[in-house]
Design a protein around this ligand. Structure first.
Ligand code: ATP
Ligand code: MG
Length: 428
């Protein structure tokens, strides 16, 4: 174990949220050990503002509850304490331990699937065991409120200094235990500018299929973190290289091999636009992004359907949308509040082709007009098609000629999407 004393690292109490400090001290005064751990320690060491502050302790959740009036215990798979300060929540976890093989067999406390995935665990342990249960070495640094030192059990400090992202333990085993760690590797690498260690990178393509077994709701949360966090382009490139796009988007023909193809360009441009909107603090709708990602598969399906029987284009779009969504949600669940606007955007692409004056002006008031129009611009750009470009110009001009008609034209921008609840680390 390596202990980095307070005068040899840059973290000071003034960097830490007041509420987290309160929680740490209350635990400490209650006679327990209390540490900050995970992303917040890592980010502070890198000079990045942490998203949230997570606390670990040797107190059990029940003991934590006795110390705090504003405490709620949550989680079935792993009990956690939430200390609530209005809108701010500090999560307090108890050190997690290893489970013995015996416990695995009886399946009482911990359970493992046939693929080696951990399904449920509730075993408390020592800080050192807790460190070994975490995913990457840089995520297993502990800031101790008792002496303000950093405790490093797995070489995270050296890896941080070296700019390396490395799993703790045997990489293949760790990915099998929880395949989402492959996505996390990509995300941390791009977010923090770290290099994924060869031992953890080269095996990813062969294991990517393990993500097929991850619940679609969990992958939706990962989707948001990967693509609605300001680093969509970088994440897309890494995921495409590592063969991780296929399990996320089975209807795409991925990995994309030719960056010049329109399929690649569509997805790429949509991610560029998403990142720049976020950097300008504008709203981003996951439904719009899905509409772009799945556009060409939807079009291909629609033309198959029209060949099978003589459906109208409109009906073919409707049916194709339903088919593509049904296939997609097996991998990444898409709440209705996003899949409905996605369909609207697709169907609007047909309606935007009708430019008779009365119909056109009426379409300006469609609640999703703006999204549909933006999507048309995106297509025109990607396809570099004259017809689409002049259609886009028509709609641009129509809006100029009819100011204030467009839905949302005068409304304040909608709020940026955030998961409704704080995402609990879905640890395995
Ligand atoms: P960020 O919040 O910036 O995305 P983070 O490292 O805080 O990054 P969380 O998902 O908030 O990530 O998880 C907090 C900590 O819990 C991680 O730093 C890591 O130590 C541990 N952890 C999270 N997910 C896993 C996992 N799938 N396997 C093992 N450990 C995990
Ligand atoms: Mg975090």
């Amino acid at each position: 174990m390596n202990i980095i004393p307070r005068n040899q690292h840059p973290i000071s109490r003034s960097d830490i949220s007041e509420n987290a400090i309160k929680v740490l001290y209350r635990l400490h005064k209650g006679g327990f050990e209390a540490y900050l751990v995970g992303g917040c320690v890592r980010d502070l060491l890198l000079g990045v503002a942490p998203k949230d502050f997570d606390v670990v302790t040797n107190a059990t959740p029940e003991q934590v509850r006795q110390l705090f009036r504003n405490c709620r215990l949550i989680g079935r798979r792993f009990r956690l304490a939430h200390i609530i300060f209005g809108r701010d929540i500090i999560e307090v976890a108890t050190f997690r331990g290893h489970h013995s093989d015996e416990e695995k067999e009886v399946g009482k406390i911990a359970r493992t699937s046939d693929e080696g995935m951990i399904l449920r665990d509730n075993v408390y342990g020592t800080i050192e065991e807790d460190a070994h249960r975490r995913d990457f070495t840089v995520n297993a640094l502990y800031y101790n409120i008792a002496d303000f030192a950093i405790y490093d059990f797995v070489g995270g400090m050296a890896d941080l200094e070296d700019g390396t992202l490395k799993l703790i333990g045997e990489p293949e085993e760790r990915y099998r235990e929880d395949p989402v760690r492959m996505l996390r590797a990509a995300r941390f690498a791009t977010k923090l500018g770290l290099r994924i260690d060869d031992s953890c990178r080269t095996i990813i393509p062969a294991l990517a299929h393990l993500l097929d077994d991850i619940p679609a709701a969990r992958l939706f949360e990962e989707f948001l973190k990967l693509f609605i966090g300001g680093k969509a382009v970088a994440n897309f490139e890494v995921l495409n290289d590592l063969g991780l796009m296929a399990p996320l988007f089975p209807v795409l023909k991925v990995p994309f091999k030719d960056p010049a193809s329109i399929e690649y360009q569509m997805v790429y441009q949509a991610f560029i636009d998403t990142d720049s909107r976020l950097h300008e603090n504008k709203s981003v709708n996951p439904g719009y992004l899905f509409a772009a990602i799945l556009w060409y598969p939807m079009i291909a399906r629609a033309s198959e359907i029209s060949q099978e029987a003589s459906f109208s284009e409109y009906d073919a779009y409707q049916m194709a949308s339903a088919d593509i969504i049904a296939l997609q949600v097996r991998s990444i669940s898409l709440p209705k509040r996003f899949s409905i606007p996605m369909r609207d955007i697709w169907i609007l692409q047909l309606r935007l082709m009708q430019t008779t004056p009365r119909k056109a002006v009426r379409l300006l008031t469609h609640p999703k007009f703006r999204a549909g129009y933006d999507f048309l611009l995106l297509r025109a750009k990607v396809e570099n098609d004259k017809r689409l470009r002049s259609l886009a110009e028509f709609w641009t001009q129509l809006q100029i000629d009819n100011p204030g008609l467009t839905a949302g034209a005068t409304k304040a921008p909608t709020k940026r999407h955030r998961p409704r609840t704080r995402c609990r680390p879905a640890r395995k």
